[in-house]
Design a protein around this ligand. Structure first.
Ligand code: FES
Length: 114
């Protein structure tokens, strides 16, 4: 079953930007990667750090602001030291104006789809 929840307006996040959105007590990092939107859990799997305070690098990687580990945004895959545990992803839906998320589903690109 798909449960779409409103995340943000498309115009609120420009390409190359990441922001934090909290939904039902769940902190999400929401990304605009070259016009396509993605959402992952906001907390780094290495230690306690908010990935939405990090930077999008090399096109589709998020660099953690604390130890500079990296994750592939579309799949959540841990890519760079010291991160070894993949990041939880969430399925995102877009229409012409708005972006929605399904907290029950992983992104199609997820390396560990449930
Ligand atoms: S807390 Fe993110 S890489 Fe260490």
């Amino acid at each position: 079953m798909t449960t779409k929840v409103f995340l943000l307006k498309r115009e609120a996040l420009k390409p190359g930007e990441v922001t934090r959105v909290e939904l039902s007590g769940c902190p999400l990092a929401v990304y605009n990667v070259e016009g396509r939107f993605y959402a992952t859990h906001d907390i780094c799997t290495h230690a306690t750090a908010s990935l939405s305070e990090g930077e999008i690098v090399d096109g589709d990687l998020i660099a953690c602001p604390v130890h500079d580990g990296t994750f592939h945004i579309p799949s959540g895959q841990a890519m760079g030291h010291p991160c070894t545990v993949d990041l939880r992803t969430y399925r995102v839906f877009e229409d012409a104006e708005d972006v929605y998320v399904d907290l029950e589903s992983e992104a199609e690109e997820a390396s560990s789809a449930i």
